[in-house]
Design a binder for this molecule. Sequence first.
Ligand code: HEM
Length: 337
Amino acid sequence: MIFLLTLTIFLILKESWFRFFSYLCKKSKTFVLMPKLPKFLQFASITKKITLALIGLFLMLFLLTHLGINLCLLRNDGGEWFRAAAHFMGTNYIVKVFEVMLFGAIGLHILLALIIQFHNWMARPVGYASGNKSKTAFGSKLMIWSGLLVALFLVVHLVHFWFAKVGWTEGIYTVKIENVEKALGKKQFALNEALMNTENENEWFSIQREFMELQNYIENDERFHVLMFSGNTGQRFITNLSKADIDEMRSFLDVKYEPDFYYMARDLFSIWWVVVMYFFFMVALGFHLAHAFPSAFQTLGAAHSKYTPIIKFVGISFAMLVSVGFAIIPIFFYFCK
Ligand code: HEM
């Protein structure tokens, strides 16, 4: 993300400072001092727009998937469905590849949008004498600002959730009992092996005692707030663990752990201003999508007097569904959990 942002700023500055300079000097409105972009970025404006539209549609599909999973948070099952979905999304290799593609797509979408917008600004630095009153111009103007708000939201949002997954911030963690049992079994096996290769019985007993203590510790120690969870999926978790708890546990056993996004969402959305902030950003997302949807289809050539109103209607419905769908989650948590 940081790399893409730096690249964006560099390219924008590189391509545009001559134009800007010539504008300031009032030398020319046609900007003859146009420097060259690197070869791989010398696409026609329409190519950039088509790429932007296709990536936008791909991101909309991501939003639908993300919303579908997040709506599991609203179920009254203590987060069982959501945890199972988050576990799948966090461990499946195809999803991991998809995640890299997703971040690439987001970066490219922002980069192209900024380049196109900057060109538009530079192409008409003086503005219309009587103001541009066309609906399209108004919608397009909103696009860059609502888009920047969505980008800002993404940064805040990733810090809230994704950063904990990659270990950049502290989160709340969960460990599957199944994984604890696996790690215990592995250690037990190693112990038996060691026992067969050693004559030292005292050592064996001391390690055995260590295991008993460990098992006791996992099941009964209050610091773990043990929640033996057994739902329809038959999955059992120890959850509400801090990083210190995890480090302590991992000093005994090599257990796999993952963030408990259900508890993280519950804690995050118990703060009123976070809920208001998410609501505000979801309104911006709604605006962005409502205009982006028909705009993408128009760029891809689907402009027809018969179908355009239908596309616009579908776009507004999609934008409503996504923004309202996401917005109700923090509100629901704040008032109902
Ligand atoms: C209240 C609404 C939302 C909730 C509760 C929520 C929850 C989450 C959670 C728990 C994660 C981490 C998942 C993981 O890394 O395995 C995540 C990641 C992410 N979210 Fe959201 N999200 C919400 C809205 C949004 C919106 C509106 C967008 C886009 C505009 C978005 C974009 C992302 C992206 C790009 C990631 C990182 C990619 C990924 O890990 O899948 N989220 N979100």
